[in-house]
Ligand binder design. Structure first.
Ligand SMILES: [Zn+2]
Length: 243
């Protein structure tokens, strides 16, 4: 079986003297691990396209128990991220999220579009790191079955105004009187609703004041870590850069 798909290289592991094992986020087949033989050689056709954070068109076939890449043509390389340690660390965290959350062998175009859009905005510095991190985390959660319920306070049925709480364990908002969770305000709630309810091409088009953006970033991260029950080394590394 031969498969042609565009994909982002999430992770690269060297195997043997000249081969690479490449973890791809494909648009058609979810996360896929495939060998790129001789790709470490500088004169290989696939050398550039099988590097970390490269977006490329891949041709892959199945051989016994493993997948083999027999061609790869780079489309976008995100060079700008490699010169900035914070941006690079954040991009690697996005890749780690994809490895954890994207199913194998299922169409994953939306996850791929989120990560490519976020990396593009990160590279061109059109949005802050905090903003892109939060939007990416929340959309990934929504896509992978952890959509929070942001419609109303489930205890009293009111649409919360002003001060309120986002409960990361329950994945819902509580009004001030029903209480319980991370304190947020209506600006942060509007941001979360915007990301969850809009298609990817529109989900980045909003902004919020710096202090609300910080809050938005904090609750999205806590929500993701709580719901998935995972730890991400790439996230720990990213955060260690600010300590
Ligand atoms: Zn309530």
């Amino acid at each position: 079986m031969r498969m042609n798909t565009d994909a982002l290289v999430l992770k690269v592991t060297d195997t043997g003297e000249s081969d690479r094992l490449v973890t791809l986020l494909t648009s058609e087949y979810g996360v896929l691990r495939a060998f790129a033989n001789r790709a470490k050689k500088i004169n290989s056709r696939m050398h550039g396209a099988t590097q970390s954070l490269c977006y490329a068109d891949f041709s892959v076939y199945k051989s016994r128990d493993s997948y083999i890449i027999d061609d790869a043509v780079a489309k976008e390389v995100f060079f700008g991220l490699r010169d900035n340690i914070e941006k690079l660390a954040l991009a690697q965290y996005f890749c780690a999220l994809a490895v954890e959350l994207v199913p194998e062998m299922e169409p994953s175009r939306e996850y791929l579009r989120v990560i490519l859009n976020s990396m593009h905005l990160l590279e061109t510095e059109r949005r802050s790191n905090d903003f892109l991190k939060a939007v990416t985390e929340l959309k990934f959660m929504a896509l992978s079955g952890f959509m929070p319920d942001l419609t109303e306070c489930p205890r009293c049925g009111n649409d919360p105004q002003g001060e309120m709480y986002f409960n990361i364990a329950d994945g819902c908002i509580y009004c001030k009187s029903c209480g319980g969770g991370e304190r947020i305000n209506s600006t942060v709630l509007a941001a979360m609703r915007h990301v969850c309810s809009n298609p990817i091409e529109r989900m980045y088009s909003f902004s919020l004041p710096k202090q609300d953006e910080v809050r938005f970033a904090k609750v999205c991260e806590k929500f993701l870590l709580s719901q998935t029950g995972k730890r991400f080394k790439a996230l720990d590394f990213y955060k260690s850069l600010f300590q």
